[in-house]
Design a protein around this ligand. Structure first.
Ligand code: AKG
Length: 257
């Protein structure tokens, strides 16, 4: 299976939807793994909703919303390690980032039916700023997603504005950047939406009777160094393509809590 990559579109617009990166069998295996992570967490103190809080929705509505949002899923289930280094993924990543590609982190973002949380418009930059802005997200769809179940929306070309002020380094002023400003990116299970960490993006509440399960990987050029060692994890720096030219000069400073 080979995928079609329009790097010029990505460079101009800051995002690219690539169809059919994963087969229905691979998607089914990952859905099962997502369910296992949720079930395992349910038996621990880590089981809480990760729905974003703020002033972008009325408090009564926010209270009802749920996001199963666990980080570092590739340390829990090997199927995600295979996915993040899948030949179709690296085929796209090397076109968009360059020959050397390094994983930054992984997470799952599961919006349950009827009450799946929203993400107000934001850039990912403030969470893990880097010098050269090579960082991008690859959001892998495990369900068909559309506006009803809270698909991602992006503002095309917004990456060219550079870093913008976020409310408490969290999200953009929602009056200036309502979700309706975005271009919805409906996708099918197995498709991956790639977007730069400066591209403004967000997603609405899942009001449908279907789940919206996405798993997101962030990647960078290893020579694009972080401005500070925020958002690091113990195994950060897995190479998925090419070589790491700065291994001796830089390694994330991770301390066990
Ligand atoms: O999956 C989504 O709908 C949005 C996720 C997102 O924006 C993020 O994790 O930064």
């Amino acid at each position: 299976m080979s995928v079609k990559v329009d790097a010029q579109f990505y460079n101009e617009n800051g995002y690219l939807l690539v169809k059919g990166v994963f087969s229905p069998e691979e998607v089914a295996e990952m859905r099962e793994a997502v369910e296992r992570v949720i079930q395992k967490a349910a038996a621990t103190k880590y089981d809480r909703s990760h729905a974003w809080q703020g002033d972008f929705l009325p408090p009564e509505e926010l209270k009802k919303l749920v996001l199963k949002g666990f980080h570092d899923v590739h340390y829990h289930e090997a199927v995600f390690t295979r996915a993040l280094s899948h030949p179709n993924m690296t085929a796209v990543l090397t076109e968009l980032i360059g020959p050397n590609v390094q994983l930054h982190h992984s997470k799952m973002l599961v919006k349950p039916p009827e009450r799946g949380a929203a993400f107000p418009m934001h850039q990912d930059y403030p969470y893990f700023p880097h010098a050269r802005h090579s960082m991008l997200a690859a959001s892998m769809h495990l369900d068909d997603s559309d506006l009803e179940n809270g698909c991602l929306s992006v503002i095309p070309g917004s990456h060219k504005q550079g870093p913008l002020p976020h409310v408490g380094a969290h999200y953009l002023n929602h009056k200036e950047y309502p979700l309706s400003l975005g271009t919805p990116c409906p996708a099918q299970a197995g498709d991956v939406l790639f977007f730069n960490y400066l591209t403004i993006h967000g997603s609405d509440v899942n009001r449908s009777e279907r789940p919206r399960r996405n798993v997101l990987f962030q990647y960078r050029d290893p020579a694009d160094l972080p401005i500070n060692d925020e958002h690091v994890n113990w195994g950060q720096g897995l190479m998925v393509a090419g070589e790491n030219p700065v291994f001796k000069e830089y390694r994330a400073d991770y301390k066990l809590a």
